[in-house]
Design a protein around this ligand. Structure first.
Ligand SMILES: [Zn+2]
Length: 1076
């Protein structure tokens, strides 16, 4: 009769065919006689139809019992199947039929209500269906008349609870005094009828899903009533028998405080203090642990929103864009309405959860189209021919006898200067734009005469330290100790010098002497060169100070740094500390100790000092909250009021061995690797001078969670997160730097490129740095060409060279992703190295590298955007030549390669990711990525190198990634001469197992859910083993005095044997596979 297909089944018979055989079961003495001809779909329909039509009590009870057994034994699939077959309607019809009589039969009603609650719980449209059936007010009426019967009350309450899944149903119940009826059923502490009490609280809670009901509950002061009840149950439940009730009360309060009015009522009734105190006692008992989390959520939610202590939400840095009278932040519109609407709030939260998911990944498969035509006329592309110097260079120098270090070779910089390098410190060539002609000076003279800006920088680069030198004897001692001199007479001189113009000289010599004594000898780094390069870097605030780590350099610390373990409940502890600010104000200092916009600020002598007015620096304000706790506010991206996440600042005047708590209070991302073992990085000047110039992952008690700050000027939609960490400094009076991740400045890149250029053998490596374009602020965006020089000038060799395929690599379009620059540094160093693979790569490809697509952003410490407050990575489709020059010209250059028939074989843009670990590759879209990788879309993801699992990747690992990425490029070459070079194969096999990595689907979420709720807008945390179904089941098993007849019925139910039941089940429901 029925046909089972692979994924469907069909009913071919009619109801009438089977009705006869079923009535036997229904009217017989509880002995169902299943016939083999019964079809699965018909059986259930017949059962449901009989339920609605049969008037006989016993049959109805039998049907209910069978249905209940069937549903409780199976999976949710069965319930959904029954709903599809009209199960809810059938139960509602039966309810109306049995509930409407003058003296309702509770023997039937109770199991009926139970079943309805179970089914309705899974039926999203149950509220509407109940309204249509006229069952809503009927149930409320049954409830009103049965206040003395706990089982009946509970049964009605569960049904009311599930009806409230529909807003209109909840409002209907509310309008008919449902709130009052139910509230009266919740007594003070008692040990009786806990099920019914819990059902009442849950039903009340469910009613609060509508604004009208919440308003009504608030106006009737039920919020304070619930607080009072909670306190009563909390204080009297000494034996912990009513934990579920207490939990339900908290969940009810959580629902009530979804609205502004509810939160205000909670706050004004002293809810915070009460919850804080009760939570403290709950913390002492393992049993009560489950009450702490909802208490914390409730307090977080109700704490008043505090505007950020800044005068404007706009960045402290603004930039006048070309062609605009004044900047406008088009990315947002200020919200003028002050009336907070809950609907908007919900939207807000939704947005917070989703807005930054995979920022860099195009997930909309429908957006994939054929590549568009070039966005500009072909004539405009010829300007890019100059960026392929390898195609026109004649390599005449190959014929000359090679002279090492001759700056006229191919490796010579196109820049207008020749720079100072370590090896020729004492005698240097004067720069070409120098006004002097004889060209031979001591280093210091050159600095001060030929590069006035550089000299200024050198004088000032200890500025922040010099201010400490002026006030802090400890630091003076430290520097002198480090220099190994302490002559009193000299000291006097120095003090005198500080008053007049020779201060510059003094500092200059300090640096010289420090470098002489402690120069770290960091590969590919030269402090003097860094100064010289930095002096040309243009910043909005016109930086005149260098951060010590950038100047001095960084060496990766020895060994790997594992993930920091997360202390259990650390977030809870921090939230409690934050709530205490609100409750206990006597130790609150709230003193501003740093303000980017107010340089005259006076600090307490014993407070920490902060500073961030240097390249890539980002700290807008620091507020000392308590003796050893500071709130830090980050500066939004230039010309905008958003994108705060990256930070880099200097801190000094610390005492050793004291834990200082730092809270970065205006982060914007909805989650962070700081919740999963990442630590901020710290650089200590004292340590550096003692020979350990390392950025170190550091900090304890780290967590990241949503806070209750809001924008200063009512941009309400923004949600802020706190990153909190505790640092215990090793040295007193040190000068330290803290950053989100390893900083890598624009000046570092420019210095690095110069050093690389000097490092290569110009006879072998063609290394050419050019300026792709000028940025908005007037900095040059470098483009680097790396390839192997031809073996000779013979046509064949030149031809081979000029026919190499192109590989284009870019990075750092997002300034906050400094790790991308470290990876790029690794790539560049590797490609310039003597490694065999590198040599092969140079012989196989021409590399075009644009290592920093967003120099201005990097310089000015932005996190995401360029100076025009635009995410440059979102400008590719229509880059504006004036406003996004680096993107416009990178794209133009790619077009150019395309029209000359040299479309790159690989184009890769390096990024960082704030919420994923390890290394992974994305294509332009999931679809394209998987297609390119030859994988089926829904089965396999991309391969990830899991080699860094469990580690915090440091600069060493980043650089290694850049190197390994190059290794993988070998596989792209079609040059068999290179591929089958025995020397190379041996080299790779020995050193790198690049072909043999375990793979891992990188689209799977890396992280287990965070142990603690980052948001506080979610629902009530569930209590184990306390779902609706198990409550109902225990109500069924439980026999009250008022329902004695149930006992007999229960017996009858049991009389249907297990085997019979399972045979019924087998016939009533299609096999699981058949359910779709
Ligand atoms: Zn990015």
């Amino acid at each position: 009769m029925s046909v089972y297909g692979q994924n469907h089944f069909t009913w071919n018979g009619t109801l009438r065919d089977l009705h006869g055989s079923y009535t036997g079961f229904c009217t017989g003495r509880g002995r169902p006689s299943m016939t083999a001809t019964l079809s699965s779909s018909s059986g259930l329909e017949v059962l449901l139809s009989t339920l609605q039509n049969v008037g006989d009590v016993e049959s109805t009870l039998n049907i209910l019992s069978v249905l209940d057994e069937l549903l409780s034994a199976g999976t949710d699939g069965r319930i959904h199947y029954m709903i599809k077959k009209g199960g809810s309607e059938a139960l509602l019809t039966a309810l109306v039929k049995y509930g409407h009589t003058f003296s309702p039969n509770y023997t039937i009603l109770i199991p009926l209500l139970h079943l309805l609650a179970k089914v309705g719980h899974k039926d999203r449209r149950i509220g509407m269906k109940a309204e249509e059936a006229g069952a809503v007010l009927l149930t409320l009426n049954l409830l009103k008349h049965n206040g003395q019967h706990a089982r009946r009350t509970a049964a009605c309450l569960w049904v009311i609870q599930v009806f409230c899944s529909s807003v209109s149903t909840a409002n209907l119940i509310g309008e008919n005094h449902g709130l009052d009826v139910i509230y009266r059923l919740i007594p003070q502490y008692t040990t009786k009828h806990l099920h019914a009490i819990k059902a009442a609280i849950n039903a009340f809670s469910a009613l609060l899903c509508t604004k009208a009901n919440v308003c009504s509950a608030v106006s009737k002061e039920y919020i304070s009533g619930f607080l009072w009840l909670y306190e009563d149950w909390h204080s009297k439940d000494n034996q912990d028998v009513a934990i579920a009730i207490r939990h339900a009360l908290l969940c009810c309060l959580l629902k009530a405080t979804d609205s502004t009015a509810g939160r205000q009522a909670f706050l004004s009734q002293g809810g915070i203090r009460l919850l804080y105190q009760t939570a403290q006692t709950c913390l002492l008992s393992k049993n009560l642990e489950c009450l702490v989390e909802p208490s914390v959520q409730l307090m977080r939610k109700c704490l008043p929103r505090i505007p950020l202590p800044v005068t404007s939400d706009q960045s402290a840095y603004s930039f006048l864009l070309p062609g605009t009278p004044a900047f406008t932040d088009v990315s947002e519109t200020p919200d003028e309405s002050s009336d907070e609407s809950d609907a908007e709030e919900a939207e807000d939260n939704h947005e917070a959860n989703n807005r930054d998911y995979d920022d860099d990944l195009e997930t909309d498969l429908n957006k994939l189209r054929l590549p568009p035509d070039p966005d500009r006329p072909k004539e405009l592309l010829t300007q890019y021919s100059c960026f392929c110097p390898e195609l026109s260079h004649d390599f005449q120098e190959l014929d000359l006898s090679s002279e090492t270090g001759d700056s006229s070779t191919a490796s010579s910089s196109s820049d207008d200067e020749v720079v100072l390098l370590n090896k020729d410190r004492t005698k240097t060539t004067a720069s070409r734009d120098s006004s002097t002609s004889d060209g031979s000076y001591s280093e210091m003279e050159i600095s001060s005469r030929d590069m006035p800006a550089a000299a200024h920088l050198e004088a000032c680069d200890f500025h922040s330290h010099s201010s400490i030198l002026g006030t802090s004897p400890g630091f003076r001692t430290m520097v002198r100790g480090a220099m190994g001199e302490a002559s009193p007479c000299q000291r006097e001189d120095e003090q005198d010098n500080e008053e007049d113009g020779t201060e510059e000289f003094y500092h200059h010599t300090i640096i010289d002497r420090l470098l002489e004594r402690h120069g770290a000898g960091i590969p590919h780094h030269d402090p003097k060169l860094y100064c010289a390069v930095a002096s040309k870097t243009k910043s909005i605030p016109d930086f005149s100070i260098l951060a010590f780590p950038d100047f001095w350099g960084h060496l990766p610390p020895p060994g790997h740094q594992p993930m920091a373990p997360r202390k259990p409940n650390i977030q809870r502890q921090k939230v409690f500390e934050d709530i205490q600010r609100f409750l206990k104000t006597d130790d609150i200092i709230n003193h501003v100790v740093f303000d980017l916009e107010d340089s005259n600020l006076q600090c307490h002598s014993d407070s920490l000092r902060f500073f961030s007015k240097f390249e890539s620096g980002n700290l807008r304000k620091a507020v000392q909250v308590r003796r050893y706790e500071y709130d830090l506010i980050l500066n939004p991206d230039v010309n905008s009021s958003q994108h705060t996440q990256w930070f880099y600042f200097e801190v000094s005047n610390m005492a050793a061995d004291v834990p200082y708590r730092f809270n970065v209070i205006n982060c914007e991302k909805s989650n962070s690797q700081f919740n999963y073992g990442m630590q901020p990085v710290l650089y200590s000047v004292k340590e550096a001078l003692e020979g350990r110039p390392h950025w170190i992952s550091t900090g304890t008690e780290i967590c990241y969670f949503r806070n209750n700050f809001c924008p200063a000027q009512g941009r309400r939609r923004t949600t802020f997160y706190t990153l909190t960490f505790t640092i215990t400094f090793k040295h007193s009076e040190d000068v330290c730097y803290l950053a989100y991740h390893y900083p890598y400045t624009y000046s570092a890149l420019m210095a690095h490129l110069k050093i690389l250029q000097k490092s290569v053998d110009p006879a072998k490596v063609f290394f050419k740095q050019q300026t792709l374009c000028s940025t908005l602020a007037g900095n040059s965006c470098p483009i680097v060409t790396i390839t192997a020089c031809p073996v000779s000038r013979r046509w064949k060799d030149l031809h081979q060279m000029r026919n190499r395929p192109y590989i284009v690599l870019t990075s750092r379009v997002h300034p906050g992703e400094s790790n991308a620059s470290w990876v790029m540094k690794g790539t560049l160093e590797f490609l310039c190295s003597n490694d065999l693979v590198a040599q092969s790569l140079r012989e196989a490809f021409v590399f075009k590298i644009i290592p920093m697509l967003n120099p201005d952003g990097v310089i000015n410490g932005t996190n995401r955007c360029d100076l025009n407050s635009k995410d440059l990575n979102r400008q590719w489709s229509k880059p504006d030549p004036l406003l996004s020059p680096t993107i416009y010209h990178t794209k133009g250059f790619l077009y150019y390669l395309n029209i000359i028939g040299r479309t790159p074989v690989v184009f890769c843009d390096y990024h960082g990711h704030s919420r994923k670990k390890n290394v992974f590759l994305y294509g332009c879209s999931i679809k394209e990525t998987l297609w390119q990788s030859g994988s089926a879309v829904d089965t396999v993801g991309l391969k990830e190198d899991p080699g860094y699992r469990g580690l915090q990747t440091g600069t060493q690992e980043h650089q290694e990634m850049g190197m390994k990425f190059c290794h993988s490029l070998l596989s792209v070459t079609k040059d068999t001469r290179i591929l089958y070079s025995r020397k190379l194969i041996n080299h790779i096999d020995l050193d790198h197992n690049m072909l043999d990595h375990k793979s891992h689907n990188c689209f799977e979420d890396d992280e287990p859910p965070c142990a603690e709720e980052i948001e506080y807008s979610g629902g009530c945390p569930t209590l184990k083993g306390s779902d609706l179904d198990s409550d109902i089941d225990s109500n069924m098993a439980h026999v009250d005095d008022d329902d004695k007849e149930h006992s007999a019925q229960k017996h009858q139910q049991d009389s249907i044997s297990q085997s019979q039941q399972s045979s019924i089940k087998n016939h009533l429901f299609p096999p699981q596979t058949a359910i779709r």
